[in-house]
Design a binder for this molecule. Structure first.
Ligand SMILES: [Zn+2]
Length: 601
């Protein structure tokens, strides 16, 4: 290695470390050419931008806000568009004024323009005496040696990496700005090349060695570019889109998640998978809101491996309801439980509001036992669609009565308080401990995981869905009859609604542990078909960036509600091929009847 390359690699290492050290550093967003916004100043200020750029041209005694003399519009002056609003911010204590940089970019001759600005600013003592506000001159500027002759509230934008030795001159420099295009021709998509990354890093390092904050102009204006500049330690993120950049960057820390624990996965034997042999039992696992992006995020969070994603029989399911493109959990679960599409909010009733027989009622007549497991309240829409018939999912009292009279033999879920004063004990043995489910000799048994909502995994839920599933399966197996078991992981959906990626992944991994339990049962029995699907996708999740090795995921959300995108169904065990292809959610019901060889009465 030559001295030169050695020097380079050491330099690169140092700058990489510096960038890493700066990752947590504060950044500010700079509203480039702010006067082009439909509402100058206020749009940037109200979105939390703390650096605002205004191009100014001095003509006929006024400082006009414009890029070019030919584009001057009467009364669009720096006073009207920037100084008056800023005065109001101070006077009326509007917004959050911690620090604000007004970058005045002179397009007219430097000296006369700056003298005029100083004369104008004298009318605004509140602005020039406020230590939170800095007035910084860019564009046409006086000579560096003359900076010291200007008032203390005037600072300058330095557009070079040439070292300044004079302390007095250095003190007048507010920031260093450089044209990005001089360093790289990156378009703001994907990644900088290694050599461009090195060049850009080196520029930022040199600026920081002068102890000044740094800004690129002419830099790509995209989410990827904003994030890259932030991660590389650029102090002022340059943008023409104050609203989107602020929304994106301020939420970035919340949307980037590093998953810590790796959960073990099970490798299925595939001994009975896709075999044309009789199916005795059905285990239907529903991840509420668990779309393909959620599964991908969960897999990456679990170091690139899940039990679920090893399965081979995969279908895509359309989730539209009878009245809407986007389904809620009630209509989606009703489709799977009763084989008909109904309206949103309806549970176990058709669009006319008439009760329709559900799978637990039908199978009860055929000698099957049924169980329902959920991390929601037992009266939640997904489990309720499998035992209740109500034209509104919010009729909690009626729904809880429907459970008492239902045909199911097993339930495990939250929300004991929903049944207070009811006669649930008349029909079910309610056991205090989960472990008593598997040992119970009763024909009907239930256990409540909580009085109200079941706590999420990330808030300390100490019982995994796999151990809940194991208890349910132990109870059903003892009956020596065929069974149908529905298991819902409810809170993937709740965290989707909250746009919380850490919650989605921790619940997703918990869901996968239940999948493991179900597949092991299928492998042991050879006659159990396992179906793993969702009722709908929640949050319009996308994953702009993710690293399975480091388990770091950036999530982006397009809604805090459900989306209409198709959801996957993974099938495992005998006759799983029946579930290949693209189909409607209510067909899941008919496919289940078909593989079980039972028909409606
Ligand atoms: Zn939901």
């Amino acid at each position: 290695m030559s001295h030169y390359t050695h020097y380079l690699s050491v330099f690169y290492l140092c700058s990489t470390l510096l960038v890493n050290a700066q990752e947590k550093k504060d950044f500010r967003i700079h509203s480039h050419n702010d006067y082009h916004q439909n509402i100058p100043f206020w749009k940037a200020f109200s979105n939390g931008l703390t650096s605002i750029e205004v191009d100014v041209f001095f003509k006929n005694g006024s400082l006009f806000v414009t890029h070019d003399e030919s584009e001057i519009i009467r009364d669009r002056t720096i006073e009207n568009l920037y100084l008056e609003p800023l005065q109001k911010v101070i006077e009326l204590k509007l917004g959050n004024l911690d620090h604000l940089q007004l970058l005045v970019d002179f397009k007219s001759e430097a000296y006369r323009s700056l003298d005029q600005l100083i004369a104008t600013l004298k009318k605004y003592p509140d602005i020039i005496n406020d230590s939170r506000i800095s007035i910084v001159i860019s564009g046409n500027r006086p000579k560096l040696e003359e900076y010291k002759n200007y008032p203390s509230y005037i600072h300058f934008d330095y557009q070079s990496l040439e070292k300044i030795t004079e302390e007095e001159q250095l003190n007048k420099i507010a920031l260093i700005s450089l044209n990005f295009k001089k360093t790289s021709s990156w378009n703001g998509k994907g990644k900088l090349t290694t050599s461009d990354h090195q060049k850009v890093s080196s520029v930022i390092t040199q600026a920081h060695q002068m102890n000044k904050p740094f800004r690129f102009w002419g830099v790509p204006d995209s989410k990827t570019a904003w994030k890259t500049m932030k991660e590389m330690g650029v102090d002022f993120i340059n943008t023409d889109d104050p609203v989107e950049s602020s929304k994106y960057l301020q939420s970035l820390d919340r949307r980037i998640y590093h998953h810590q624990n790796i959960s073990s996965v099970y490798t299925p034997t595939f001994e009975f998978d896709q075999k044309n042999i009789p199916v005795k039992n059905i285990i239907l696992l529903i991840g509420d809101g668990n779309g393909l992006a959620q599964i991908t995020a969960t897999e990456i969070g679990n170091a690139g491996r899940l039990t679920l994603t090893q399965l081979k029989s995969i279908g895509l399911v359309r989730t539209q309801t009878a009245d809407d493109l986007t389904t809620d959990s009630a209509a989606a679960a009703t489709a799977m439980a009763t084989g008909i599409k109904t309206y949103n909010r309806y549970l176990g009733v058709d669009p006319q509001g008439q009760p329709t027989e559900n799978i637990t009622e039908l199978l009860n007549q055929k000698g099957f036992a049924s169980g329902l497991i959920t991390t929601d309240r037992m009266t939640g829409a997904t489990p309720a669609a499998f035992y209740s018939h109500q034209a509104d999912r919010s009729r909690q009292k009626k729904i809880s009565h429907d459970l008492i009279d239902s045909k199911i033999s097993l339930f495990i879920g939250g929300g004991a308080d929903d049944f207070e004063g009811d006669t649930l004990e008349k029909n079910f043995e309610i056991v205090e401990h989960l472990e008593m489910i598997g040992k119970s000799q009763n024909t009907k048994v239930g256990h409540f995981l909580s009085k109200n909502d079941v706590p999420p995994i990330k808030e300390g839920r100490d019982v995994s869905l796999s151990s809940i599933t194991a208890q349910g399966l132990a109870f059903l197996k003892k009956k020596n009859t065929p069974f149908f078991l529905m298991i819902e992981s409810d809170q993937i959906d709740s965290f989707g609604h909250e746009n919380d990626i850490s919650g989605i992944i921790s619940e997703g991994i918990d869901f996968d542990s239940a999948v493991t339990e179900a597949l092991q049962f299928s492998d042991q029995t050879g006659n159990t078909l396992v179906l793993v699907t969702a009722d709908h996708e929640t949050s319009g999740l996308s994953l702009p960036e993710a690293h399975p090795k480091s388990r770091i995921i950036e999530a982006d959300f397009s809604t805090n509600d459900h989306s209409t995108i198709m959801i996957p169904l993974f099938a495992y065990g005998p006759q799983s091929s029946e579930f290949l292809g693209v189909y409607e959610n209510h067909e899941i019901f008919w496919k289940i009847l078909k593989v079980l060889g039972v028909s409606q009465n």
